[in-house]
Design a protein around this ligand. Structure first.
Ligand SMILES: [Zn+2]
Length: 498
């Protein structure tokens, strides 16, 4: 098992002489046994089981481990963008580094127990000299997205008239089979995404495999007890909808495991940080402030709760990932244009990144009426408002609001140098006092201080305490709204103190 590729035996005879590859060990061991063995070893060693999968440690992963220990075929039920495919692909980490197969076999036959007729004939002819190939885990993972046009031939197989003609064989001969994806996944993992979209008769084919280990290829009298771990994904509503999955197949899926979106903003930020392409080779240095990462993630959380967004299809984690990438791009583009050495994304970059949001929202009727762009814009504003409320909780921002109420206006042009904009912001009383709450110190680069100061104003705009327009920029709120009870109380208190 810890053999490196160089000293792997290349014939059945040589294989047999190596204890770790002996027939007693490999002859009857199924892929599920193999994964179970490797999983047990990893659990005992306290190894990380699924590197790069974040936020599932206490929920999804224990259930997945149980399914594998139980040698179950299983399904992951979840909305889009919940790392289902990624989780399935990472199952290859539980396969042996190398396993032997009969050389040239399309279905990766076990040298000790070949299934296909070609291999059986080869082994009978060559005996201990039968040549081997070695398979790495990636070669043993087959994935298929189910769509209604997927055929039995795609998944199970078909007869191949060309093969028949070339070999001069009868069309009903087993050697003329063209194998589908499932037999090609023999001794490995076969993953089908969006299982409910698979036609019922193909589901029957899968059921036969799980039930009897039996493949029927277009009436061929072939019994082929394939050795496959079958794993699936589905949207929960599609999966439970009556008539989408044939009952006997459902009954044969050992475990149903529910995935989910990040349960906390922190988990979401960690996933997005890992996945988004923000550390890029670029002539400008890029720095993404934490408050902006939080706003990006908050936007996804808000979208998932929004009534205007279809909850059955969900809001993929790819939304905050693409959004952050686009936000960074806009900051990078600005810095390249203004010749500044440091690009720091600003609130306005969130608005500039609407193209990364709109396509990822499936809207309900109400949302459709409003339009994707307007919904996305609302979400940006609300996300900034949420982060603003959290980081500036309890801060007295009244002096800033008053500056505008006394007639101050301020426009932060997109392409002006950060230091020039900062200078203009410095006239607003108390504004810079709040930068430390956003994790920004007085000695930080102008671009970062600008981003933080603008974020504070943008938050006041989100809370409708000041206005913002294309022409004048930030200004006093158009009409005084009724102060909330809390604010009214605070104002009353201040009056008493004065
Ligand atoms: Zn074979």
């Amino acid at each position: 098992m810890n053999a490196n590729r160089g000293d792997l035996p290349l014939t059945i005879g040589a294989l047999r002489r190596r204890p770790e590859f002996a027939e007693e060990r490999l002859g009857r061991r199924s892929v599920k046994d193999e994964m179970r063995e490797n999983l047990i070893r990893k659990l005992q060693a306290g190894e990380q089981l699924f590197p790069g999968i974040l936020g599932y440690d206490d929920t999804v992963i224990p259930q997945l481990v149980n399914a594998i220990l139980a040698r179950h075929n299983f399904i992951l039920l979840g909305l889009r963008g919940q790392a289902k495919s990624r989780l399935l692909r990472s199952l290859t980490g539980l396969l042996d580094p190398w396993i032997p197969a009969v050389a040239g076999c399309e279905i990766h036959d076990n040298p000790y127990r070949p299934l296909c007729r070609a291999c059986r004939e080869l082994v009978a002819e060559m005996g201990e000299q039968t040549p081997l190939v070695w398979l790495a885990p990636e070669q043993r993972y087959v994935e298929k997205l189910a769509t209604p046009d997927v055929t039995i031939a795609d998944i199970i197989g078909d007869m191949d008239p060309i093969k028949a003609a070339r070999r001069g064989r009868d069309i009903s001969d087993e050697l003329t089979i063209h194998y589908g994806l499932l037999p090609r996944a023999n001794r490995g993992i076969f993953a089908i995404n969006e299982l409910p979209d698979l036609a019922a008769k193909i589901q029957v084919g899968l059921f036969n495999i799980m039930q009897e280990g039996d493949v029927q290829i277009k009436g061929y009298p072939v019994r082929m007890p394939l050795d496959v771990l079958l794993v699936f994904t589905a949207n929960p509503e599609d999966y439970t909808a009556r008539g989408k999955i044939i009952t006997p197949l459902k009954d044969r899926i050992g475990s149903e495991i529910r995935t989910h979106y990040p349960l906390s903003i922190e988990h979401g930020i960690a996933i997005t940080r890992q996945e988004a392409w923000t550390e890029r080779p670029s002539p400008v240095r890029i720095h993404v402030p934490e408050f902006l990462r939080e706003a990006v993630e908050q936007l996804a959380f808000l979208a998932r709760e929004d009534k205007r967004v279809d909850r059955r299809s969900g809001v993929s984690q790819r939304l905050p990932i693409s959004l952050l990438e686009n936000v960074v791009s806009n900051a990078e583009r600005r810095a390249l244009r203004t010749g500044e050495p440091l690009a720091v994304p600003r609130a306005l970059d969130l608005y500039a990144a609407l193209p990364a949001i709109t396509g990822k929202l499936e809207l309900e009727y109400e949302g459709e009426l409003k339009g994707a762009e307007a919904v996305a814009r609302d979400l940006v504003r609300a996300a900034i408002g949420r982060v603003h409320s959290r980081v500036l909780d309890g801060a007295n921002l009244n002096p800033i609001v008053q500056w505008f109420e006394l007639g101050g206006t301020l426009k932060l042009e997109e392409y002006a140098p950060a230091s020039a904009l900062l200078k203009r912001l410095s006239v607003i009383q108390n504004l810079f006092d709040h930068l430390p709450a956003l994790g920004v110190a007085p000695g930080d680069p102008p671009a970062l201080r600008l981003a933080a100061a603008e974020f504070i104003l943008e938050g006041l705009y989100a809370h409708r305490r000041i206005s913002r327009s294309e022409e004048v920029g930030y200004s006093a709120a158009e009409r005084r709204r009724e102060p909330s009870l809390e604010e009214g109380r605070r104002q009353g208190l201040r009056r008493q103190l004065n």
